[in-house]
Design a protein around this ligand. Structure first.
Ligand code: FAD
Length: 427
């Protein structure tokens, strides 16, 4: 374990005082917060609006900052058992989990399959950041977190929608039970709103402060595809991509592709960023349907490998219009705090949304090991987390520009600045 840096010092400590805590949302952030808080001795109740936590989403990256937290919460081994199985392993990580790390991130210019550069993730990145990096199906990650939260005694109510928090932002929520139709108020010591990018509680908090909470379309959208292995059995090129524990990135004018295998190479996860259609620009949901035909048209000039992958796509591809959310004036009010996408939605260009929700959870639990004063702990949480998360979100927005540069001198300079393939071996 010597290679894992230990950020979550609070996990071995107990809360100064056990609190009753309500969490809104059993997504990645809400469940991680539930685990971290239960782990330090709090009594946690989680309300989740969906009736069943199923396999929604596609691939999600577990960057080193997330891995270190999952390790401290005692779920990393389980997560890695479900993450991408790699063919190359650094012995340095054998103790932690012997196989499942992404080894390299290969960049390619979109018209060609020639490799431009390799960014070694293992061991170089892992050594630099204290833990390596994996990829997993979001549904698998959510299920593992759910089971751990239940094991630690969190009370989880699905089909329960939190309609509002108390207007004075005391720790009181108004809940609608979707099974019985009953509505009730419930009090606690603290409410954590981990209700995602469209957070109802964020809107309530911002309205009460007279602040306009409006997403701005970026003009980009993401097609998201999961290609099952049994669909590519007669396509040796795609099959061989699925069998490599390598993330592939193609960059082109106005778009890029990131692709990697998940679920033991049984699925190839592809995210294709492209200009959004003007008529759907304002839609902001993960599960909108896009047109396969439009996707193929956009990629018509892209490399042979890309053409092959995309030819395996379903008729109904998922398309998600990307928005940026202005930084909020605050994440906390009274005994209520926002967490995860609810307070720092991020564009997917640096794959840090889930990781930052986990950082929020770890910091919040740690703050409560320092003081039993809820408002002070929430202020500590906000002070530590807000500027960092906003910086990362801004970095994600800036990265889109770099990845989508039009052809020209700037693009040539970008490409020349990439690490050469030989550098991977030296690391
Ligand atoms: P989320 O993971 O969005 O979780 C929010 C949760 O709150 C949801 O379960 C939601 O149902 C619940 N909720 C919302 N409102 C209420 C309410 N009023 N009362 C009770 N519960 C409520 N990221 C990727 O990188 N790849 C993906 O493929 C991917 N797919 C996703 C699919 C879906 C359907 C969702 C919701 C998110 C997806 N994400 C994906 C986003 C990623 O999971 C988040 O960016 C990140 O994990 C931050 O987590 P979060 O807990 O803040 O928000």
């Amino acid at each position: 374990m010597e290679t894992i840096r230990d950020d979550f010092q609070g996990s071995d400590r107990r809360a100064v005082k056990a609190l009753n805590i309500i969490i809104v949302g059993a997504g990645i952030g809400g469940l991680t917060a539930g685990i971290a808080l239960a782990h330090t001795g709090h009594c946690v109740t989680i309300f989740e609006t969906v009736s069943e936590i199923t396999d929604v989403g596609a691939g999600i990256q577990i960057a080193p900052n997330a891995a270190r937290i999952l390790h401290r919460l005692d779920v990393l081994r389980d997560v890695m058992d479900h993450a991408t199985v790699l063919e190359r392993v650094s012995v340095r990580y054998v103790d932690m989990c012997s196989r499942n790390w992404l080894v390299a991130n290969i960049s390619r210019r979109y018209t060609s399959d020639d490799e431009m550069a390799t960014f070694p993730l293992l061991p170089a990145n892992g050594l630099k950041y204290g833990a390596p990096m994996g990829v997993i199906h979001r549904g698998d990650l959510q299920n593992i977190l759910l089971n751990k939260a239940l094991e630690l005694g969190c009370h989880i109510f699905t089909n329960h929608k939190v309609m509002a928090v108390d207007p004075k932002f005391s720790a009181k929520v108004h809940v609608h039970d979707g099974t019985t139709g009953e509505r009730f108020w419930l009090s606690a010591d603290m409410v954590i709103a981990a209700d995602g990018v469209k957070s109802h509680i964020r809107q309530q908090m911002m309205t009460s402060k007279g602040y306009k909470d409006e997403p701005i379309p970026t003009g980009d959208a993401a097609y998201r595809l999961l290609i099952p292995r049994n669909r590519v059995l007669d396509d040796p090129l795609t099959l061989s991509m699925m069998d490599k524990n390598v993330a592939m990135r193609y960059m082109g004018p106005g778009g890029h592709i990131m692709a990697y295998p998940i679920r033991g190479s049984s699925l190839y996860n592809i995210v294709l960023l492209h200009p959004a259609k003007s008529e759907t620009l304002s839609e902001d949901v993960w599960t909108s349907k896009g047109s396969r035909e439009d996707m193929l048209k956009f990629c018509a000039g892209w490399s042979p490998a890309v053409q092959k992958w995309l030819a395996h796509a379903d008729e109904d591809v998922l398309e998600w219009n990307l928005h940026v959310y202005p930084d909020l004036p605050t994440w906390t009010q009274g005994n209520v705090a926002l967490l995860g996408d609810a307070c720092h939605p991020m564009l997917p260009y640096v794959a840090q949304g889930a990781a930052n929700a986990m950082e929020d959870a770890a910091v919040l639990a740690t703050a409560l090991t320092c003081t039993s004063n809820v408002r002070l702990a929430l202020k500590m949480y906000e002070t530590i987390r807000k500027s960092r998360a906003e910086k990362i979100a801004a970095g994600a927005t800036a990265t889109a520009y770099t990845l989508h540069m039009p052809d020209g001198p700037e693009q040539v300079a970008r490409d020349q600045g990439l690490v050469s393939p030989g550098a991977a071996k030296q690391n």
